[in-house]
Write a protein that binds this ligand. Structure first.
Ligand code: B12
Ligand code: SF4
Length: 589
């Protein structure tokens, strides 16, 4: 009985931990079990023909919110061309509301709900030996008299599971992917919108096993390991020991964790701040909302003050990148309350702020309570809300525009100096900047066309021109600086049209070479000759003293020469020269 386990990952770079656990556990009994992964971006016909040609008797699909719609199409096509093929589905997306899935997809033969390793083993053995399925716990199937749902499978003893990362060939292929890793299963919290709240209790893998597994991945050159533990820091000593181990053994691998920031203990925080090597850890912190009433309604206990303190300390240490999450559309959070949530969290200036929209996931409490808050949401995945009793669809659309420009302008870190300046000087709040700009973006139809780096600058510039205001000039100058900072090589073109002409640049170069005492000392120390300056240096004349602004936040009108040196490898070096020189340059010009 040839069995293939498969899934459609969200992107090519992702990988499936579930399939690796399932294969590893079943390999001894089913040595020819195959694992094959695709991504939802691949044309369906490619996936269909590849799977078809594997000549399987049984195919197991791992189903999640990001792949279920494509997976259903695939299953239906496969059954058309191979009617005798047995289809098993499993995964969080199909583990709840079982009758719905059997009604919706008549091609499903067996559904494994909940944890899958043991259940799949029992199911495959029963199928192979043609045994009655009543004894296989954790499955649902079409019986003679309709849908049969067997009792749940008891939870596995984690230390009896087999390592998902033993196959050398597989490890070689995983080097350039995001590799997922579990040190525990389950979450101690019970947020009503989250699937992890459905099951209670947290189980841990043996710490020594965790270390061996991690070292194996590190030694095999895996670049990014993402821990899928729901709340990595639930168990203080366990988490600390893993942090310590990774600090000592990371070899340049990057590790991502989902952390609950308000429960992180001061000594763990201190340890990380003192010892974490910069850039090796990345923390994802779900804030979701700062509205206490909302949080109480979704059963989320959160001390935002403590969370903020932790975030600020970690940020200050400059060692751990922080990614914060928000959810728009939670109960009793209207547009203004969400604006406040956004601003509260943006004030912490996380490297990345992800603005998501509530999804009503089958199996969660909020899905059961949907009518209580008049939720209107998509019938199919991703089940995103369209409106509720407090948030109109129009407001949802507006917040989507905030998300769009937030991604492009803040999370991509293309214009940090400019955005910071605008928020502080020209807009009532960060949210208002992203909202107004997002509305303008949409009005201009830019969401329907792609954009290169220059376009990001041109569009912000167009928005500021139309909006007007006394700070536009300063914003423009910071945008020029940000544009230069985005390059590793001297840019061939700039997006503004008042840049220095070739002849003016040549005159500046002559002057700098003739009177090095007039040039910034650090620039002179580079010892560049005329040809090198032409090749590697950009000049721009500004009306404001940006050096002063960047150092002290003070805005002073002062002609400044901006000098940017590109060495092709590092970030560009920036130098400023004040008025004296410029006067001479102006005279020359
Ligand atoms: C990795 C991950 C992702 C990755 C995707 C990785 C990939 N392969 O492509 C990324 C980051 C892209 C992602 C995104 C999202 N995710 Co996500 N993600 C996860 C995460 C953290 C880990 C999944 C995992 O590997 N778990 C470990 C394995 C071992 O457990 P498992 O998946 O449950 O598998 C077991 C069983 O389900 C079963 N099983 C699974 N497959 C199969 C197949 C067969 C044949 C059988 C028999 C059994 C079986 O057996 C397995 C072993 O016991 C989970 C949370 C978690 N910790 O599980 C959320 C989770 C899966 N994501 C979730 C959600 C909601 C999202 C987002 C919508 C969040 C958002 N931004 O709004 C997005 C959607 C993205 C999109 N494009 O639409 C929800 C799931 C909802 C659902 N119904 O599928 C989860 C459960 C989080 C939660 N607690 O609510 N996610
Ligand atoms: S949102 Fe996070 S803390 Fe809340 S139940 Fe889900 S995994 Fe646990």
């Amino acid at each position: 009985m040839k069995t293939v386990l498969t899934t459609l990952n969200a992107k090519y770079i992702h990988s499936s931990l579930a399939l690796r656990y399932l294969k590893a556990y079943n390999l001894a009994d089913f040595p020819d079990i195959e694992l094959v992964e695709y991504s939802i971006k691949e044309p369906l016909m490619h996936v269909l023909s590849d799977l078809y040609q594997r000549n399987a008797d049984v195919i197991g699909f791992s189903c999640y919110i990001w792949n279920i719609e494509e997976t259903i199409q695939l299953i239906q096509l496969l059954k058309k061309v191979k009617p005798r093929l047995k289809i098993i589905v499993g995964g969080p997306e199909v583990s709840y509301d079982l009758p719905y899935w059997f009604r919706r997809v008549k091609e499903i033969d067996y559904l494994v709900y909940g944890e899958g390793e043991i259940t799949l083993n029992q199911l495959l053995k029963a199928l192979k030996d043609n045994r009655d399925l009543v004894e296989v716990a954790g499955i649902a199937y079409r019986g003679d008299s309709g849908l049969e749902i067997n009792s749940p499978q008891p939870k596995a003893e984690l230390n009896e599971l087999s390592s998902p990362y033993q196959d050398q060939e597989d490890l070689a292929n995983l080097k350039d992917k995001i590799v997922y890793f579990e040190a525990s299963r389950g979450c101690p919290f019970a947020c009503s919108y989250c699937l992890s709240s459905v099951e209670t209790g947290v189980r841990y893998f043996a710490i020594e096993w965790v270390k061996v597994e991690l070292l194996n991945l590190i030694n095999n050159g895996v670049k990014i390991i993402k821990f899928v533990d729901r709340t990595f820091n639930t168990h203080k000593r366990f988490a600390l020991e893993i942090f310590q181990f990774l600090i000592e053994n990371h070899q340049g691998t990057i590790f991502q964790f989902e952390i609950t920031a308000d429960i992180i203990q001061p000594d763990v925080l201190r340890y990380l701040i003192d010892n974490a090597p910069p850039g090796v850890f990345r923390f994802e912190i779900g804030v979701q909302s700062t509205n206490e009433y909302t949080n109480s309604l979704v059963n989320r206990r959160q001390n935002f003050k403590r969370l903020s303190e932790t975030v600020l300390m970690l940020k200050e240490s400059k060692k751990i990148a922080l990614h914060l999450d928000l959810i728009a559309g939670l109960p009793e959070e209207d547009y203004n309350s969400f604006r406040k949530t956004f601003n509260d969290v943006f004030a912490l200036r996380p490297e990345e702020l992800q603005l998501g929209f509530l999804k009503l996931l089958r199996g969660t409490k909020i899905w059961e309570e949907a009518s209580k808050y008049d939720y209107v949401y998509m019938d199919n995945a991703p089940y995103e809300i369209l409106q509720n009793n407090l948030l109109s669809f129009n407001e949802v659309i507006r917040i989507k525009r905030v998300e769009d420009v937030l991604e492009k302008y803040w999370n991509a870190h293309r214009l940090d100096n400019s955005v910071e300046y605008l928020i502080k000087h020209d807009f009532a709040s960060a949210f208002d900047f992203f909202q107004e700009f997002g509305d303008f973006w949409e009005e201009n139809g830019w969401n329907r066309i792609g954009h290169q780096l220059e376009a990001l600058f041109e569009r912000l510039s167009a928005f500021l021109e139309v909006r007007g205001g006394e700070n536009v000039q300063m914003a423009h100058e910071l945008m020029k600086l940000d544009y230069f900072l985005n390059h590793r090589h001297k840019p061939r073109k700039v997006w503004w049209d008042d840049s220095l002409k070739k002849q003016e640049q040549a005159q500046i170069i002559q002057r700098l070479l003739a009177e090095p005492d007039q040039a910034p000392e650090e620039f002179v120390k580079l010892g560049l000759n005329e040809k090198e300056i032409h090749k590697h240096v950009m000049f721009e004349v500004l009306d404001n003293d940006l050096a002063e602004y960047l150092a002290n936040g003070k805005i002073s009108k002062q002609k400044t020469l901006l000098i940017v040196y590109y060495d092709f490898v590092n970030r560009p070096q920036i130098f400023f020269n004040l008025i004296g020189d410029i006067k001479k340059i102006k005279k020359i010009g």
